[in-house]
Design a protein around this ligand. Structure first.
Ligand code: UTP
Length: 292
């Protein structure tokens, strides 16, 4: 199984980050010196993905512009000797073949993925949620770990992470059976469970490798939690027909779609930044003294 296509659904309304996301897509909010979506595209490319479809909406055209050349800016930088900056700007546009499709109505993650049907065609593909960043210091990126499991078991593979009761009700829960270290057979799943209906504390988390059979499943999926077409409901239907495994990938996960997750990611990435890291460390230590 070779996975060369990825879909990044980025058509959500981002209501948890208002008012910043009223006109700026949450995927374009800067995490230190790059927009959130660039980290996600970098993970996809590092995992062997060549073609990426970003599912957008009418308020998100800043993403198309970002992954394009900006000749006026780049010529100006070149003329003033800022060759590295000009090259950095162009390199963003050359990272992968990036395509766009609009989700005309915000009808849920499952509906957004369904918009990728023509792009995907008849091959397995990856999904990376537009606001979930997975950091790996060493070793394979999170998506690479999922692709390896999908190839080994010749089936769909979904990212998972064990979360506490406070969080499981906000995600999808999985009923699973251990297969090998960090990999599980999936027996069942449900979206936004209550503490009574949760199948376990293993939540579905941000990364997927799915077979194209998901599109038939999504076509027959009725609106679920929140009146939206849920990807989890489509995957549950797929589970009736195909094997699926869950991968507890080895990476630090940041949910940049909520304020505290965004701040945590900002501080961690800034501390790792080659120019800003040392300065920020000193600043935080001084600040902590003042707050004592
Ligand atoms: P989220 O629920 O995390 O994103 O959806 P949201 O809806 O933008 O956030 P809030 O709750 O209003 O703050 C998970 C992923 O699914 C995408 C989002 O862009 C995000 O990547 N999504 C969600 C769509 O593409 N379309 C939708 O209709 C809903």
């Amino acid at each position: 199984m070779k996975v060369t296509k990825a879909v990044i659904p980025a058509a959500g309304l981002g209501t948890r980050m208002l008012p910043a996301t009223k006109t700026v897509p949450k995927e374009m909010l800067p995490l230190v010196d790059k927009p959130v979506i660039q980290y996600i595209v970098e993970e996809a490319v590092a995992s062997g993905i060549e073609d990426i479809l970003i599912v957008t909406n009418r308020a998100k055209s800043a993403m198309d512009d970002y992954f394009d050349y900006h000749p006026e800016l780049e010529h100006r930088l070149e003329r003033s000797g800022k060759l590295h900056e000009a090259e950095t700007s162009r390199a963003v546009a050359d990272m992968a073949n990036i395509f766009y499709v609009r989700q005309k109505e915000t009808k849920g993650l499952g509906h957004a993925i369904w918009r990728a049907k023509r792009f995907v065609g008849d091959e397995p593909f990856a999904i990376l949620l537009g606001d979930d960043i997975m950091y790996t210091e060493q070793g394979a990126p999170a998506l690479t770990q999922l692709i390896a499991a999908a190839e080994k078991y010749e089936c769909s593979a979904i990212g998972t992470r064990e979360v506490d009761d406070e969080h499981i009700v906000k995600y999808s829960s999985l009923k699973i059976k251990p297969l090998e270290e960090r990999i599980y057979d999936i027996l069942d799943m449900n979206e936004k469970p209550t503490l009574e209906t949760k199948l376990s504390n293993h939540a579905i988390m941000g990364r997927y490798v799915l077979t194209p059979a998901i599109f038939d499943a999504l076509e027959n999926t009725a609106p679920g939690a929140g009146g939206e077409i849920q990807l989890t409901d489509g995957m549950r239907a797929l589970l009736g027909r195909e094997r699926m495994v869950a991968v507890d990938f080895n990476a630090k996960r940041y949910d940049t779609g909520n304020l505290c997750g965004f701040l945590e990611a900002t501080i961690d990435y800034a501390l790792r930044h080659p120019e800003a890291g040392d300065w920020l460390r000193d600043f935080i230590l001084r600040k902590a003294e003042m707050l004592k």
